[in-house]
Design a protein around this ligand. Structure first.
Ligand SMILES: *[C@@H]1O[C@H](CO)[C@@H](O)[C@H](O)[C@H]1NC(C)=O
Ligand SMILES: *[C@@H]1O[C@H](CO)[C@@H](O)[C@H](O)[C@H]1NC(C)=O
Length: 281
C-alpha cells in the first residue's frame, strides 16, 4: 500500500502535476438547501457505528441529503426523465476547467448574475472556452460556507423569496449551453437556468470550494460523483489537475499568492455546459 502510494507520488512529481481539491469537507454542518429543511426529519449523522471485534474495522451508517455540501445535481433533479447520478456518462465528469471570476462584482451586489459580457470578456482576455468545458463561477461565496444564513443571504431560511446570492443571468445561460444553461441566482426562485439546462442532460455542481487556488484556465477538472441509482444528486469530490506550465495562467484576482490562501474557501456555483454552441464573438 505504502509502496503504491510512493510510486503514484513519484509519477505525479515526474509529470509535474498538482492536484487542487475543490471540495468542502462533508460533515453535519454542510448546508442543506432550505427547501429541504421544510421536511427535515432530523438527520442522524452517526446513526449506527460499530467496531467489529474480529477485524477491528470501524463502520457507520449515516443519513444526509443528496443536495448537501459540495455536490452534483443530476439532470433528473429538475428535468422529468433526465439522467440519474448513475447514468451520467464518464465523459461528462472530466473536462477543461474554466473559472469566471466575479468576486468583485458579487461583493458590491449580492444579486449579481453573470452576463454574456462577462463571458465575452473572459474569451477576449483568456481565449475561447473549449467544448466540454467545466465552467465555474467564482463569486467569493465559499468564504461564507458553511454558515447557511450567509450562504443564502437570508435571515429567514424558511422563505425562499428572501434568498440573495449570485448566479447566472438567463441571457448567459442561453448563450453558453446546448439550448440554455446555468445556475440560478437566489433572487430567482423560478430556477430558470436549472429548467433550461437540465432537460439537455447537463449536470450542475454547487458549493464548489477553493476556486481562488486554480487558474482561470488550463486546469483539468475531475468530478468524483457518486454513482447512485435513482440519485437526483450526490456528494462529489472535485479535483483540479494542474500542470506546472498551467501555473502561469494564475493571475491577478485568481492568484493564490495575492490572496495568500490555498485554504481560502469560495463557495461558488459550478456548472458544466456543452459549450459547442457558444456564439459570443
Ligand atoms: C419566515 O418566512 C416564513 C415563510 O414566508 C414565514 O411564514 C415566517 O413568518 C417568517 N419568519 C420570520 C421570523 O419572519
Ligand atoms: C453539444 O451540443 C451539440 C450541438 O447542439 C450537440 O450536437 C451535441 O450532441 C452536444 N453534446 C453533448 C455531450 O450533449
Amino acid at each position: 500500500m505504502l509502496g503504491i502510494t510512493f510510486i503514484s507520488l513519484c509519477v505525479t512529481l515526474a509529470l509535474g502535476r498538482r492536484v487542487v481539491d475543490l471540495t468542502h469537507t462533508f460533515d453535519q454542518n454542510a448546508p442543506k438547501y432550505p427547501l429541504e429543511q421544510w421536511v427535515d426529519k432530523g438527520l442522524d449523522w452517526n446513526m449506527f457505528r460499530m467496531t467489529t471485534l474480529m477485524a477491528k474495522l470501524t463502520l457507520k451508517v449515516t443519513e444526509y441529503y443528496e443536495h448537501q455540501g459540495t455536490h452534483m445535481d443530476a439532470p433528473m433533479h429538475s428535468a422529468r426523465g433526465g439522467e440519474d447520478m448513475a447514468s451520467i456518462s464518464p465523459e461528462r465528469l472530466v473536462g477543461p476547467g474554466i473559472v469566471i471570476d466575479v468576486t468583485d462584482k458579487a461583493e458590491s451586489d449580492v444579486n449579481y448574475a453573470v452576463t454574456v459580457e462577462d463571458l465575452k470578456k473572459y474569451e477576449a482576455d483568456h481565449g475561447r472556452i473549449p467544448p466540454g468545458a467545466i465552467i465555474m463561477m467564482n463569486s467569493g461565496w465559499a468564504r461564507k460556507y458553511p454558515d447557511s444564513n450567509k450562504v443564502f443571504g437570508s435571515q429567514n431560511l424558511s422563505d425562499p423569496l428572501s434568498f440573495r446570492f449570485p448566479g447566472f443571468s438567463l441571457e448567459a445561460c442561453n448563450v453558453v449551453g446546448v439550448d440554455t444553461p446555468s445556475v440560478d441566482p437566489g433572487i430567482a426562485p423560478e430556477y430558470y437556468c436549472h429548467n433550461h439546462l437540465q432537460p439537455s442532460g447537463v449536470p450542475l455542481l454547487e458549493y464548489v470550494a477553493n476556486l481562488d487556488a486554480i487558474p482561470v484556465r488550463g486546469s483539468t477538472i475531475v468530478l468524483g460523483a457518486i454513482k447512485m441509482r435513482e440519485g437526483t444528486g450526490g456528494p462529489t469530490r472535485i479535483f483540479a489537475l494542474l500542470d506546472d506550465e498551467n501555473d502561469g495562467f494564475i493571475n491577478g484576482a485568481n492568484s493564490v499568492s495575492s490572496r495568500g490562501a490555498i485554504g481560502l474557501l469560495s463557495l461558488s456555483t459550478l456548472w458544466i455546459s456543452n459549450v459547442t454552441t457558444l456564439e459570443i464573438k
